[in-house]
Write a new protein. Sequence first.
Length: 534
Amino acid sequence: MIANLWWHSGEARKIHWISWQRMCLSKVQGGLGFRDLQAFNLGMLAKQVWRILSFPDSLLSKVLQAKFFPEGKVLSATCGRNPSFTWRSIHAAIGIVRGGFRWRICSGRSVQVWQDPWLPGLTPFVFFLLQLQILSICGFVILLMLPLGREWNHSMVRALFCRDEAESILAIPLSCADGEDFFVWHRTADGKFSVRSAYHVAVSLANQSQPSPSSFESFLWKTIWKANVPGKIRIFIWKLAKNALPTCMNLRKKLRADGWGCPFCGSEQEDIEHAFLRCSFVRQIWALSNLQWSLISAFPADPCAWVERMARSLSPGDFAFFISICWAVWWNRNRALMEHASLSAGDLLSFVSNYLASFHQVNTSPVRIVSKSIPTSWSPPELGEVKLNFDRALFAPSSEVGLGVIARDAAGACIWWKSVCKQGMYEPEMVEAFAAREAILLALRFGWRRIIIEGDSANLLLKLSEPSPDCSVLGPIVRDIKLLAFGFDQCLFSLVRRSGNKIAHCLARRASVFASEGSCVSPELAKLLFLEHD
């Protein structure tokens, strides 16, 4: 139905130049991003599977479990011999949920190492059995942790797994507090299920047999859809690259009839190359366009490769001008064919220039800078409070990160500072969370009752201020910080720009060569303290 609406004009039936399946691909993959209704329906059904997993005590879950999977879980359930329409529909989406279901490790007591999906970075988040003599096939993840303390057993992990898998495991953060393992939806950043992400899983499963787009094609589609031209020109150049324009040669292939020709030179061999390059009238247009003719004239066999080379060789402004000329050439060609009237080469270029200028004028609004009131410099806390600034540093290419914390009083004097060097290859945001946890642990150790935790990571501080549980990869550390915050009379989280967090960053940077702590500051830190408090 949607394909008919896209290709038809009024009551007449038109040619479908591109299959509906290819049009449903994302724009980066060379499609138009139309929703595949079957895959979208499976995404909606996957939401019901996720609800059964999330609410096992609900009436729906209990009824379906008693009937169709009494001794197991919904992800391992079979369709059965005589399924109802409801169960048959829900069961069709179980494979989609398996494609994004993953365990988040807290205690490690309920997740089996070799059988359950829990390792990020792998699909379906499990790995091959390597050394069962060290860890049995039924071993749980807790066996990979040290008996004392919430840390991974590095030697065991590196002995059991290959290097990449071991690094992925050691990069999983462990909570200081004991808690139950829980499952998350791996396809979203926050770990929460969404129909949109489930739809993309369904599409990827349906297109597993299809070849993935090459890197040069991905670059082309991204460049086309980012071009600063009207939407109809972007869609037109997409059709051109797909060789989906009704040229004479393409119409002959579809309709198997003769009688068409180029409206300008009369050539009966009008294909994409002729219509946009070889026609004598079109050559006049390119000659007046000030674009490099040697670049334009080198036309490969594939129109997609031609447009891609132009996208790589021209600046964004020149590429927008190039595709606008192509659109105008086709518009002028159709006008000459249908109305027997056309513009000259010079008038056509003037039309394109004026058209783009009008478009840019209409779509360029006065720039308004709206900035939130985020402090740009450090400010002292109130009397009786302690402010702890934290920051992180990454030491590439080594597998080490640095954490820096400094605590100051109302006078701006340093009470205590700490530099920590931590082993592991972590994402920057994860290291920020480690530094924030180090800051609140420092406050707990010294017994300060009224504290302010301040950093320059807006996303982390937003997570710390939200009351709902965090299911993202930062979840275990965010949970630790929230639990520790209840042990204070006052614990506030504050955001400051990087310019007001220089000392904490300096402490994090020096952790690779001088991981220590104390109350006495070096001359370098003393100078920064003076400048920040001044």
